[in-house]
Design a protein around this ligand. Sequence first.
Ligand SMILES: Cc1cc2nc3c(=O)[nH]c(=O)nc-3n(C[C@H](O)[C@H](O)[C@H](O)COP(=O)(O)OP(=O)(O)OC[C@H]3O[C@@H](n4cnc5c(N)ncnc54)[C@H](O)[C@@H]3O)c2cc1C
Length: 322
Amino acid sequence: MAILVFVEIADGIVKKSSLEAVSYGAELASNTSGPVTALVLGSVSEDKLEAVGKSGAEKILLVEDERLNQPLVSAYATAIAQAFEKSDSKTLILAKSALSDIVAAKVAVKTGAGIVTNVSSLPDLSNGFHVQRSIYTGKAFENVSVKSEKKVLGIRKNVVQIKEDGSSSVIEKLAVDFSDKDFTTNIEKTEKAEGDILLTEAEIVVSGGRGLKGPENWGMIEELAKELGAATGCSKPVSDMEWRPHHEHVGQTGVKVSPNLYIAIGISGAIQHLAGVNSSKVLVAINKDPDAPFFKAADYGIVGDAFEVVPKLTEAVKALKN
Ligand SMILES: Cc1cc2nc3c(=O)[nH]c(=O)nc-3n(C[C@H](O)[C@H](O)[C@H](O)COP(=O)(O)OP(=O)(O)OC[C@H]3O[C@@H](n4cnc5c(N)ncnc54)[C@H](O)[C@@H]3O)c2cc1C
């Protein structure tokens, strides 16, 4: 069963979540013995694609068209649907993202495929094709069976480890037959959040809440984040009060993050905040109130005053690094 994986590029680099999607494809292929092909859209230097091979793709289909350097939903859906058909793949895998959620739905309509989004497990193939998806912001699961021959799976982050033992992929150019309708929108300007590490892509997030008392105290959050190579986040009231920029607001109404490690400092753990962090691998809470709800969700907790604990933690990380 041939598998196609859409690989998303951001700022000329393959997104980490897409490498997870390729590794998901490789794990699925190990049970179905089909080849794994990655699909890349737009201009990207070939050395940036090495990781795609290591993650498990034998071949990369490259649609080199400068217009695709913009994430245009209709054009992407057309390119992916044509690659899906031409590669004779039965399963299309996409890493969950704001873009891929819409594109996956359009591709499923174009190709008559059954679609499952927010997939949180490898499929069970013992009696058909059954897969689990995460619902209610990670609080529950749904088991879905897919009966169509073609399947589109949108994969949640952290479902599989990125493989690193694959070999290099063969790169093949793919021509796509676009129509004018595919380019009816044009992104005129993109304004990016500051900071080197994108919150949604970060391996580690250090997040602060109202317990930090004011914006003047964020230096210690930033220092810990810098030592850990982490992105910084915050609770909603913190961004509402403009202590931090809105793009750092994590939770149900803000950014949803899935890092390997989420450190919540002076955040109570309201359900709306947890909704944005509960697909993190490890949750750590630092709070002076032993009854703070975050401790119920956390894997590790430190009961203590953030103003004492955080500088000590930063020193300990520095010492460990040296
Ligand atoms: C519709 C709706 C949507 C919402 N969406 C979101 C959302 O997306 N994201 C979100 O975050 N919230 C959201 N909220 C708000 C949410 O309900 C909480 O009010 C909010 O998360 C609380 O933020 P906080 O934990 O920073 O502040 P608080 O609840 O005030 O908690 C501060 C914590 O800091 C601790 N603390 C105080 N001093 C210290 C110290 N010195 N050291 C260590 N700990 C200390 C306290 O013990 C307390 O637990 C939403 C609410 C609604 C109604």
